[in-house]
Design a protein around this ligand. Structure first.
Ligand SMILES: Nc1nc2c(ncn2[C@@H]2O[C@H](COP(=O)(O)OP(=O)(O)OP(=O)(O)O)[C@@H](O)[C@H]2O)c(=O)[nH]1
Ligand SMILES: [Mg+2]
Length: 235
């Protein structure tokens, strides 16, 4: 068992105070065109348990991470579809394993977040059991995109996920999300600290800064997803 449920309190990772943005509101977002393959993603179903998922064939990338870390927003940004996955200010928005199909053999899976204290204990228990089973048994799981709020990276839950992925030899790419909430140099410091933390734990995950709202880091993340899924098309 992945033991994602022991601590319901906020976890022990590093914390970073938000910095006031110095950017003017008029700054335009960088141009990002989603890749053709990811732009084709469409909703298939929401699975309350892994038994409800499509057949375990082909390859899929799962968006994992703490509740409210920005998983669903990242999925929308990467596919260039602002309302594909449901996003909410209220943690605990994604409540099932939500399946988006890219083509007949490739999928993106938006997962419920772990570790949100206000979700009632019994519901957390159900989610964690579903996640645990999914992570352990899903053969088509080809990689994890692990979202961590750049202000609270490497929480206890994240470390459990990394340890699990290592045991399963599952590639992990970490998105340090909401990078727009920190100034550039503070965000870069976090990136270096997380890289060092991963190396210290001999975790082989790659890591990058990412912002769905500012659409930054999308090219690198797209490339990782496409490589893992064996997609080679150009945007
Ligand atoms: N500033 C900023 N806010 C973001 C970013 N990404 C997500 N958010 C906000 O963070 C909140 C949570 O985003 P979601 O994408 O729903 O997070 P999630 O990880 O899917 O959350 P759960 O499904 O509840 O686990 C929403 O209010 C988003 O608008 C980002 O890059 N920058
Ligand atoms: Mg979500």
């Amino acid at each position: 068992m992945l033991a994602l449920h022991p601590a319901r309190t906020h976890t022990a990772g590093m914390t970073y105070a938000p910095m006031k943005s110095t950017k003017s509101k008029a700054v335009t977002k960088p141009e990002f065109k989603p890749s053709k393959a990811l732009a084709a993603a469409n909703f298939v179903l929401s699975a309350p348990t892994p038994q409800h998922l499509p057949p375990d064939r082909g390859a899929e990338i799962a968006f994992a991470g703490r509740s409210n870390a920005g998983k669903s927003s990242a999925l929308n940004a990467l596919t260039g579809q602002s309302a594909l996955a449901r996003v909410s200010k209220t943690p605990g928005r994604t409540q099932q394993l939500v399946v988006f199909q890219i083509d007949e053999s490739r999928r993106l899976i938006d997962l419920p977040g772990y570790g949100f204290a206000k979700v009632p204990g019994e519901i957390q228990e159900v989610w964690h059991r579903a996640l645990d089973e999914y992570f352990r048994e899903r053969q088509s799981l080809a990689g994890l995109l692990l979202a961590m709020d750049v202000r609270h990276p490497l929480t206890e839950y994240d470390q459990i996920m990394l340890a699990f992925a290592r045991a399963r030899v599952l590639p992990v790419h970490i998105l340090l999300t909401k990078a727009d909430k920190l100034g550039r140099s503070a965000a870069t410091n976090v990136l270096h600290t997380v890289r060092k933390g991963l190396a210290d734990h001999r975790a082989a995950a790659s890591v990058q800064l990412f912002s769905s709202t500012e659409r930054s880091g999308l090219d690198v993340a797209t490339k990782w997803v496409e490589t893992r899924l064996g997609i080679s098309d150009q945007p």
